[in-house]
Design a protein around this ligand. Sequence first.
Ligand code: 5RP
Length: 262
Amino acid sequence: MSGNLSPAEIGKFLSAKGALRFVEPDMKLGLGTGSTAAWLVKLLAHTKRTQGLNFTAVATSYATTELATSLGIEIRGLDEVGQLDLTIDGADEFDPALNLIKGGGAALLQEKIVATASDKMVVITDKSKRVDALGAFPLPVEVVRFGFRTTQRLVSELLADQNVRGRRVTVRMAGDQPLVTDEGHHILDLHLEKIGDPHSLSAKLATIAGVVEHGLFLGIADAVVVGHGDGRLETQFAGRDDWQVEEIDLEAEAALLAALAG
Ligand code: 5RP
């Protein structure tokens, strides 16, 4: 009934749909980046079109700007809009305290600027991103292009004193060239396997001159919404251990899913 969509994709749709309940008319919204955030953008465009929902939107990447604009959502500049009410974005990992790793899509810099300029951040994700301790997903670190190999060496050296399991640092590539982010930087991926003390690592990375920002989002998320392929929707709020669990009727969502997926 949900066409050829995989359970993971249905989960992403459900999490984005679940996050819509945090959106109120006339809000100033930050729109995240990635495949889960793309569902949110489609849902917002649909709600605007069919129910006249009014909102002001700021994007976290050129990719999101392009998608939103193509669907009739006007994207405004962050400086023009100022403090946002709510940012909704995906994540590569989240732990029980709702600390995150982000930047798998190389948009972590704009994502962090937008999320920290928002009164609230809601994370939309599927169950594959839930971990007991951050670090299985390589931690992205955005670095300036000047001397980036030296920055890579300094980051490697810094890891010697950190409570991490792996210490390999690689340069993210786009074909045979280092990837260039929307802000014109490169990305280092830190293969740490397990991060014992994310706060210590965050503080240390910030001391390296060539580091622009890293993908640890600590204490920023207010809630995580997890969609499952079987229709379950789980929400956890920061500072609370319990999950709010709901069953969504997938049959009732089938038409919308098909329309947005198409
Ligand atoms: C981009 C991000 C994304 O939010 C993260 O990679 C999750 O993406 P997806 O929803 O496609 O799994 O941080 O920089």
